[in-house]
Every structure is written in structure tokens, then in C-alpha cells.
Design a protein around this ligand. Structure first.
Ligand code: SAM
Length: 320
């Protein structure tokens, strides 16, 4: 099986790299092709309507007026998440491998959701604390027998107590990343590891473009709810807090969806749909499914999301 859009190779930044420019064409060409596809499918732009994630070569940094998190408009429903988004934790297993958890280690799972990956860490003999901003997701994690607490990742309350902080598919929801990284640094013991994966530059750019265009057509705009940094930007942020960055990869990861892109939008794009009256949201999503069918649905009728992930491993030096 292959996605219906072109995919380009990973961008890898190793220790000591990442302060200079990278070739934006490596991973951004795929979203660019999807945006072209959208244009062919009848989505038209108005000036200024293209979301930052598809302004190829432009900055993806959050501007100061962005909300710190989309928690006002994005509501997590564990049953919906399990049905439409189980692939998120399933595809997080390589990040667990990067973490290389060892029995007896105390690990913080930041943005643990319903706890599927926290559970894997417990099964490997670790002592795990899961934190998440969603009370519903934390209740689901607790139902798995996990030590899970409602905590905003921007305000981590831990001091010098974890051997590792792990995070899968959550950091892009936290739009004041310097506060998150500060809290992770404080939470780690000297020598502790920060290992994670989240949406990187160009993530779901075709979907974001279609959402932006559809809202613009209705005279609406929505602040970008996501932080999808370039690798050099995130590496710089980690190093500015004192982390040694050991691995940092930006990787296109076309992702086969269990349903259609409408299910994905209903699960993840509530920051956009919330701009519309409830009665109009169904038609809005149905219109987007048709607009995205050409770029994201393959010849067999399977739907793919144009994910681009940023995966990293960093260490708080022993001397810190
Ligand atoms: C896509 S889910 C990933 C969940 C889990 N890590 C997994 O792999 O299945 C993103 C999670 O990030 C959480 N989240 C979003 N903003 C957050 C914040 N500011 N602080 C803590 N968690 C947050 C959401 O509540 C949600 O459970």
C-alpha cells in the first residue's frame, strides 16, 4: 500500500547540528504537492488564507498572541480516540524503542492520553506517572490501573525526580514550547533523558490548507492550534535549556487512517470546527472530505493523512 501523494526522504540532524538552515524541499515538497492537488480539486485561496504550515520556507513559530493550548475548543473523548486514532499510540512504539526504558526507571509520560503507551512502559518494569490536560483521557488511563494525573504540560510541577520524560503525539498541542521544555528540564534528574515524537514542520499540511481555505470561504479565521516546528528550531530550543541533543529526525510518515478524513477531522480538528455553529459542522466536514478525496484517498478507497513527525532524543547532562 502506498499513499496517493509523493513522499520525500527524512531530514536527520545529529548532535551538534541543527543551527544552520536545512533544505526545506526535502519534506515540504509532499505537502506542496497536496496543496496543488487541492487547487486542482476546486479549493481556491484568498490572499493571506494559506495557513503557516504550508507557507513553504516561512516560519512555523507560534506568534505571541496564540493561545497556549487549544484545550478550550478541543475535547478528547476516549471512545472516539480509541476508534479513530488507535494508530497514534500503535505508531508510537518506535519512540518507546528510542527511549529504551529499563526496569525500575521512573518515567513521566507527558500528554499520556488514555495511557496505552504508559501501560507499555509499566509492562517493561518502569514506574510511570502519566500526565494529560484532559480529565476524560486521564480517567481512561486510570481505568488501566495507571498513576495518571490531570496536569497542563505548560506547568509541570515536578522537580528532579524522573529518569526520563517520554512524549508521543502530544507536544504539538502545547503551543508555548519553551514553558514545556523548562518544565521537562526541571522534572528530570541529572543524566535524565527527554525522548519524544510530535508533529513537525509540514505535518498534515494538506489538511490544514483545506481547513483554512474552507473557513476563509465562510469569512472565518482560526488561530493555528498546533506547534509544528522545523528540526533546527526545536533543536535550538532544547539546547537553549541545556539539553544535549543526541538525535533529531524530521520524517514524512504517510499514515493510513482507519476511516475517512472526516473521522480524523472530527477527532483532531475541533479547534477549526468550533468556529462554526454546531448545525453547520456536518456539512463543513462533508465538504472537506470531498475536497481532500483526490489528494488523500487512494485507488482502493483507503484514506491517508500527510503526517510529518519530529522525533528526538535529548539528555540533561550529569553535571546539570
Ligand atoms: C493525540 S493524543 C496522544 C496521546 C498519547 N500520548 C498517545 O500516544 O496515544 C494528544 C494528547 O495530548 C494532550 N494534551 C493536549 N494539550 C495538552 C497540554 N497542554 N498538557 C497536557 N496534555 C495535553 C491531549 O489531552 C491528548 O490526550
Amino acid at each position: 500500500m502506498a499513499p496517493p501523494f509523493p513522499v520525500f526522504r527524512n531530514t536527520r540532524l545529529l548532535a551538534g547540528e541543527g543551527n544552520g538552515p536545512i533544505d526545506a524541499n526535502l519534506v515540504t515538497a509532499a505537502p506542496k504537492a497536496i496543496v496543488s492537488g487541492l487547487n486542482r480539486n476546486g479549493i481556491t485561496w484568498q490572499s493571506g488564507a494559506i495557513p503557516s504550515a504550508v507557507q513553504i520556507g516561512g516560519s512555523c513559530s507560534p506568534s505571541v498572541e496564540w493561545p497556549m493550548s487549544s484545550s478550550n475548543t478541543q475535547h478528547w473523548n476516549p471512545a472516539q480516540y480509541s476508534k479513530n486514532a488507535r494508530f497514534v499510540s500503535d505508531l508510537g512504539m518506535p519512540v518507546v524503542d528510542w527511549l529504551d526504558p529499563r526496569p525500575g526507571e521512573r518515567i513521566l509520560d507527558l500528554g499520556c492520553g488514555d495511557g496505552a503507551l504508559s501501560r507499555k512502559l509499566v509492562d517493561r518494569g518502569c514506574e510511570v506517572v502519566g500526565v494529560d490536560a484532559s480529565a476524560a483521557m486521564i480517567a481512561a488511563a486510570q481505568a488501566l490501573g495507571l498513576d495518571a494525573q490531570v496536569v497542563d504540560g505548560h506547568s509541570l510541577p515536578f522537580e528532579n525526580e524522573f529518569d526520563a520524560v517520554f512524549s508521543n503525539a502530544a507536544l504539538h498541542w502545547m503551543t508555548a514550547p519553551e514553558r514545556v521544555v523548562s518544565g521537562v528540564w526541571r522534572a528530570l534528574k541529572p543524566g535524565g533523558r527527554f525522548v519524544g515524537e510530535f508533529g513537525g514542520h509540514g505535518n498534515v499540511a494538506g489538511i490544514v490548507a483545506a481547513l483554512g481555505a474552507a473557513l476563509t470561504a465562510r469569512g472565518l479565521t482560526v488561530p493555528d492550534p498546533w506547534y509544528f516546528p522545523r528540526p533546527e528550531e526545536y533543536g535550538k530550543l532544547l539546547r537553549s535549556h541545556g539539553f544535549e541533543v543526541t538525535r533529531l529526525d524530521l520524517m514524512p510518515r504517510p499514515t493510513l487512517l482507519p476511516g475517512d478524513v472526516g473521522d480524523w477531522l472530527a477527532t483532531f480538528a475541533q479547534a477549526y470546527t468550533a468556529a462554526l455553529p454546531v448545525a453547520e459542522r456536518g456539512d463543513f466536514i462533508a465538504g472537506l472530505v470531498e475536497a481532500l478525496r483526490g489528494p488523500l484517498c487512494d485507488a482502493n478507497g483507503a484514506w491517508w493523512a500527510d503526517y510529518v513527525r519530529l522525533r528526538f532524543s535529548a539528555t540533561k547532562p550529569d553535571a546539570a
